[in-house]
Design a protein around this ligand. Sequence first.
Ligand SMILES: Cc1ncc(COP(=O)(O)O)c(C=O)c1O
Ligand SMILES: [Zn+2]
Length: 467
Amino acid sequence: MTQASTLVCAGCGAVLPFDSAEPYACPARGVGDVDHVVGRTLDPAQVRFPTEGGDPNPFVRYRELFHGYQLGRARGLRDEAYVDLVRELDAEVAKVWGKGFVTTPLGRHAGLDDRLGSVVPGGVWVKDETGNVAGSHKARHLMGIALLVEVTERVGLARSGADRPLAIASCGNAALAAAVVARAWNRRLDVFIPPDANPRVVETLERLGARIAICQRAEGTPPGDPCYHGFRKAVDAGAVPFCCQGPDNGLTIDGGATLGYELVSQLAESGVVLDRLFVQVGGGALASACVRAFHDAEALGVHVRLPRLHAVQTRGAYPLSRAYARIAARIGSRLGLDPAHDGLDRAMRLRGAAASVVEEELAWAGSHRSELMWPWEEEPKSVAHGILDDETYDWLAIVRGMLTSGGHPVVVDEATLVEANEAGRESTGIDVDETGSSGLAGLLDLSKRGLVTPTERCGVLFSGVRR
Ligand SMILES: Cc1ncc(COP(=O)(O)O)c(C=O)c1O
Ligand SMILES: [Zn+2]
């Protein structure tokens, strides 16, 4: 029998062994100018997307869609044992954070609809992650990794982990989420942070027992983010990449996809079809996970399609938008499109391009990474500091999502980020921060340019709480 889940590198096509103990990064990582990122595909003959009702904990409800679940089952772990594992870890998370994982709300807010009614009359649906574990969507990624690692240990693929630390480079939501899950899981976590990290976050990290390494930019150190170098060194020395970046740990997308699975279920249950989805992009794991979720659901027979995807970045740094523009221009020239065409028309024309043309160009992109993605040249600044990654690590999956859905990137200015945050907070009562409401800023920007038509229904994610 074939395996229910398969791990494939999206860049080089390498298929990883199904029962690999550490299926995090492509074995050929670093070889060629290739965008090596491990992804997971599912066999629709063996996996079903759960419909109707279901468990409020997304890691229980959508468990069949996890590589870790399929791996455990194939190696003799019973379904009940996997569910127990999720519940036990979730109960520990609840002890640390005060609550565990439950489906987060999706809904309309009359105040927001009133406020945006003239420019987005079709309505705005908000998925609110601010009440999630550690105050953002990030813990989803890390809970997914924890469950996978736990399975590899329980079925005897990996040695038991007490002596195997976890590592992450981040100064904000991801580090906090990692510290909460690591504490709940009783694992040692090394966090690599910059000297100017938010002191309140650092204090919480310390309280949660994370070991903190402050990474200075110093002469003689390699170029690029010193926190990332510290993280890489720890991983090379044997730490689990407990991170939210696909190239370092492709399986981080599995847990992140629970947000999208919930969205798919919630939309199906309420009979709503979104026309557009705005997702704020820093490193890109969140948007990549949303693309994955819709594609998984579609592949598993759910009557759903990825809405027109808009990756939202700030004028401070928009490496993804830069990469998209180059690929879109290549496809556009093959289609004979006028480069002066307005963004909306153009994206729909690109979506209408023959799938073979798009696939060829995406394959080209995957093997010419350095021509499309490189670190932002200046030190980026924005009120939406959570999306200032100088490189979009999970860029190609998002570019694919935009091209195939007829979406396109939106780059927003600071005034719009502030305006969206004020509007979002005042009209919904949700205490979201500027990073968390930057998707709404993308919607505001597009709508003010008259690019949202009156019937279109738009989705945004409020991804993180104000601290
Ligand atoms: C609240 C919030 N939203 C969105 C993002 C962006 O997620 P990603 O880095 O996966 O693109 C981040 C990342 O730090 C975040 O903290
Ligand atoms: Zn590869």
